[in-house]
Design a protein around this ligand. Structure first.
Ligand code: KG4
Ligand code: ZN
Length: 358
């Protein structure tokens, strides 16, 4: 059967990445290369990503990253079916670098351009890795986003819940900062939590028991701040705090996902075995993966969570979104514009929801 080969570029945050993927819907696809250069050192001293520094670093690195991705895949530009790049949402300077580079390559090689929504790329990664069929329930948890969506098709999403303040990755990063841990905070909190007692501090469980599937994490962050700023907060209690914080996040996620599972069933009925897909950088967290897996099992959902390097930002996921779009003929013109904000979907009105498919 005809497959499609696409080069993908990712520059929306602090990873400069290029990768080549071959396949067709519904996947799985074959990753021919996935070169990711993390700018961690450039931003470390600032405790977060500095947009201007990120954009400059993308400019400096992207050419050689693209060459490396082509070389590793053993492929030349003329054998590609399309060139894809993140066109948003993200830090606009970086997005401009990647999208403009993709336009130049598409023009030089005479290939179609695909302007990829970074969130759609996270959302479709489980098809690249596991060949998951539509529809599925998606928990998208990253540094900038925290959403529950029903994914019905490429480009067709139903927003079931979103954060009303911080994204969960952002909460991890802020809690880490309060505990004196370097950026990015998620992996550092996870590592420290292993040595701590999750019951040591009684932290709030935001939104638990509330109707709907929205999230909130700023109250949790404030609670952490109040405790660690107390004069009697000992250095030795940091692991306990990391564990308590992670446990509170997990309880909140489980409640919200449980609620979204009911919404998903309202939308799509109860045929077959529905699937919970988890994507985004926070899905790299082993404790969160395990807890969600257990919940899904109890609720009759299968789980598909890509391996950690494909949960955090990478180029293979952009290339795969390109593969799915090429197959459907969803190309973009060279006038495609970079977008700092680009939501996948407006909220779904559950009150008037009827099953979408029979
Ligand atoms: O998807 P991603 O790489 O970039 C965005 O599009 O935001 O996600 C990065 C976020 C950061 O907030 C980082 O702290 C978090 O994902 N993260 C984690 C873990 N690994 C990365 N959070 C919790 N546990 C982890 N192991
Ligand atoms: Zn991301």
């Amino acid at each position: 059967m005809r497959t499609f080969t696409v080069l993908g570029l990712e520059t929306s945050c602090d990873e400069t990445a290029a990768g080549i993927v071959r396949g067709r819907a519904p996947g799985p696809g074959e990753i021919l290369s996935n070169v990711v250069l993390s700018q961690l050192q450039e931003h470390a001293a600032f405790g977060g990503v500095v947009p201007e520094i990120a954009a400059r670093a993308h400019v400096e690195a992207l050419d050689s990253i693209v060459e490396a991705a082509l070389a590793e895949a053993g492929i030349s530009g003329d054998r590609l079916d399309a060139v894809a790049a993140t066109a948003g949402p993200g830090l606009i300077g970086g997005v401009m670098v990647g999208l403009t580079t993709a336009k130049a390559l598409a023009l030089a090689w005479d290939k179609p351009l695909i302007a990829v929504n970074h969130l759609e790329a996270h959302a479709l990664t489980a098809r690249l890795t596991n060949g998951i069929a539509f529809p599925y329930l998606l928990l998208l948890i990253s540094g900038g986003h925290c959403q529950l969506l029903a994914v019905e098709a490429v480009g067709k999403f139903h927003l079931l819940g979103t954060t009303i303040d911080d994204a969960v990755g952002e909460a991890f990063d802020k809690a880490a900062k309060l505990l004196g841990l370097p950026y990015p905070g998620g992996p550092n909190i996870e590592a420290l939590a292993k040595a701590g007692d999750p019951r040591a501090f009684a932290l709030p469980r935001p939104m638990v028991g509330r109707e709907g599937a929205d999230f909130s994490f700023s109250g949790l962050k404030t609670a952490v701040r109040q405790i660690v700023r107390r004069p009697d907060f000992a250095d030795g209690a940091r692991a306990d705090m990391a564990a308590s914080f992670q446990a509170a996040v997990i309880d909140s996620l489980l409640d919200r996902v449980g609620s979204a599972m009911s919404m998903f069933r309202t939308l799509f009925g109860d045929r077959g075995e529905p699937t919970l897909v988890v994507a985004g950088g926070v899905a790299a967290n082993a404790a969160i993966r395990a807890a969600l897996g257990k919940l899904a099992e109890a609720q009759g959902f299968r789980t598909a969570i890509p391996p950690p390097p494909l949960c955090t930002d990478n180029a293979a996921m952009i290339a795969w979104a390109g593969v799915e779009r090429v197959e459907l003929g969803l190309f973009d013109s060279l006038a495609a514009e970079p977008r700092a904000r680009w939501p996948l979907s407006m909220p779904t009105d559950m009150a008037s929801a009827t099953p979408l498919t029979s």
